[in-house]
Design a protein around this ligand. Structure first.
Ligand SMILES: [Zn+2]
Length: 282
């Protein structure tokens, strides 16, 4: 089967692998590589109508609030450390209101508010309400308002990232920043785990970017990548989940080891498991 690349329109695509939705539906999905712009994409894409099948609200990790299994507790611990590191990065960029686009449970937005930062949230799936939550309609009225817009592991879920990034760009003030975190398909842990790689998260992740393919998309939208930063803890989290996908014994220990090897490899290659891109509007 030949598919047209949804990002660059090239016909030079090849099926890379067939993987499984390990988390919920257990259905199979394909991942295609574009040999022109370098992006990988999941197929078939999931339409709005059947979204809830793949994002069951009580079970989806980003929406959870309660502490359950030891793995949940580790997730929460890493989330706290990650929030602190994210805050350190954003501190110097924030010169006004912040928008957390795809805010999930709202944990990070709440974390920033405790630092006296005004943070609005947008979250299309999780319907938790608070006074900072904006709908798409109310967002459309907030053109050129925000000094920083963050997308933490969000853009890879979106079916039309070019259109969405263009919209997000229109919400920025002059000399402001978009901060995007995503799994890196050129990471060692992807190469090692291949179809079991938790960074694919099929079919919820529609796109699988590398720095090269993401730079192609940013160019199209008129955004410039100013800096690329590592997320050191994601390699451990993703690798433990990948070991679970493989149903391997001692998944925790093995995952931690591969996570460590991934970070070690990335010292030279810069291909950390997940990357943070700081984008500037031109
Ligand atoms: Zn392409």
């Amino acid at each position: 089967m030949k598919l047209k690349c949804p990002i660059c329109g090239s016909n030079k695509t090849t099926r890379k692998l067939v993987g499984v939705d390990h988390s919920f539906s257990k259905e199979s999905f394909s991942v295609f590589d574009c040999n022109n712009c370098g992006v990988s994409f999941s197929f078939p894409e999931i339409s709005e109508k059947i979204l809830s099948k793949y994002y069951p609200k009580e079970k989806y990790q980003s929406y959870k609030v309660s502490v359950g299994s030891p793995f949940d507790m580790i997730y929460k611990f890493v989330r706290f450390i990650n929030s602190f590191n994210k805050y350190r990065l954003l501190k110097n960029l924030i010169k006004g209101d912040v928008l957390d686009y795809g805010s999930g449970s709202g944990f990070f937005a709440g974390f920033l508010r405790k630092k006296n930062i005004t943070v609005y949230e947008y979250e299309p799936i999780n319907s938790n309400k608070n006074k900072w939550r904006l709908t798409k309609e109310s967002l459309k009225k907030k053109k050129k308002v925000f000094s920083v817009i963050t997308l933490w592991h969000v853009l890879e879920h979106i079916n039309d990232p070019e259109k969405e990034l263009g919209f997000i760009k229109s919400l920025l003030k002059k000399d402001s920043h978009i901060v995007v975190a995503m799994p890196n398909k050129d990471s060692y842990d992807n190469i090692y785990y291949n179809k079991y790689w938790a960074g694919y998260d099929l079919p919820r992740h529609r796109y699988h970017f590398s720095p090269k393919s993401f730079s192609f998309l940013c160019n199209k939208v008129g955004l410039k990548i100013k800096r690329i930063l590592p997320m050191y803890y994601d390699s451990y989290y993703v690798s433990v989940l990948s070991e679970k996908n493989k149903k391997s014994m001692f998944s925790f220990i093995k995952g931690l080891y591969i996570g460590f090897v991934s970070n070690l490899n990335a010292i030279k290659s810069k291909n950390y498991s997940s990357l943070i891109y700081v984008l500037e509007n031109e």
